[in-house]
Design a protein. Structure first.
Length: 85
């Protein structure tokens, strides 16, 4: 079972991968920060796996137009969503 630290790091990697995914068109931390109404430092901390909570998960999902479930299934290695059979 993962602890909160592992889950935060996992979400951080997911956020960074989504941000770098060319299909979404949000390439920089600064651009994402502007869309999320925060600063670049906060985005950096989130990508490092720090300071995650339900509000930030929902903000990320709003920006990328995905559900929290989809956020958890985004495959960071392939840059696509996993499909459940």
């Amino acid at each position: 079972m993962q602890n909160n630290y592992d889950i935060n790091q996992y979400l951080g990697r997911k956020l960074k991968s989504l941000r770098q995914d060319i299909n979404y068109g949000i390439r920089s931390q600064e651009e994402l920060a502007c869309l999320m109404k925060t600063n670049q430092g906060k985005i950096s901390r989130l990508e490092r796996g720090e300071a995650w909570d339900a509000d930030w998960i929902m903000k990320v999902c709003e920006i990328y137009k995905i559900s929290p479930d989809e956020l958890m299934r985004y495959d960071i290695r392939r840059g696509c969503f996993e499909i459940d059979d």
